[in-house]
Design a protein around this ligand. Structure first.
Ligand code: IMP
Length: 209
């Protein structure tokens, strides 16, 4: 099935395409998609804002298409869960990603707290053709590395240590990250929820394989 996705983040789009592609979904961007302000203050709220905005824009163009909104972020324990929903804007809008990662390490060092626990969170909000909405949220725990490592992934990946492998997300291959990430977990939860809903209705599922 074709699903329109409400993101302009190339890194997230690549991952969502790979993860959902394995389940028979084709993820498309919509040229007319105008980004909305992420003003809800929660991942779930922002994911819903994005999906509903995209769905309304599709309908205005006469397309009764499925819309997927996603919102995600990094929560660092010793920073009281920051940067959280503000992950993309941490340190200000004009800050580069290397600067933003340095800022995060500096903030963490500044707390004097030796705890390095962190988690990536991902909320997905899906609107099926016809308008039924399904929302899920998942997370993956890890730790913040003492310094950045690896060149893969995007944004905070060089700082996020995936403990079972002793490697940062930027050191894992794209395939490895997509098997274990918060985004993969949320996608799995969404597909399961859609299958359950379809089974309850006695209808074929949107969830693919
Ligand atoms: P948003 O969902 O568009 O608000 O942006 C999410 C932000 O969270 C990204 O810009 C990153 O800062 C961070 N983030 C979410 N998922 C990941 C990931 O898998 N790797 C690295 N950073 C991520």
């Amino acid at each position: 099935m074709t699903v329109y996705v409400a993101t302009k983040n190339a890194g997230k789009l690549l991952e969502l395409r790979a993860i959902f592609g394995a389940h028979g979904w084709t993820l498309e961007t919509f040229a007319g998609y105008a980004e909305v302000e992420e003003s809800a203050g929660s991942y779930a709220g922002n994911a819903a804002l994005k999906a509903r905005a995209l769905r309304a824009q599709l309908l205005r163009d006469g397309i009764d298409g499925a819309a997927l909104g996603d919102d995600s972020g990094l929560e660092v324990e010793a920073l009281g869960g920051r940067p959280g929903v503000y992950s993309a804007r941490f340190g200000g809008a004009g800050v580069t990603w290397p600067e933003r990662r340095r800022l995060l390490l500096a903030d963490l060092a500044g707390t004097g707290d030796t705890a390095r626990g962190a988690r990536f969170v991902c909320a997905l909000h899906f609107i099926a053709p016809g308008g039924r909405e399904t929302a899920v949220e998942s997370f993956l725990e890890g730790t913040i590395a003492p310094e950045e490592r690896g060149v893969g992934g995007f944004s905070y990946d060089p700082l996020f240590l995936f403990e079972p492998r002793g490697l940062t997300f930027a050191e894992l291959s794209a395939e490895e990250k997509n098997e274990v990430s918060h985004r993969a977990r949320a996608a799995g939860a969404l597909l399961a929820a859609l299958r359950d809903a379809a089974a309850a209705d006695g209808k074929p599922s949107h969830a693919g394989t």
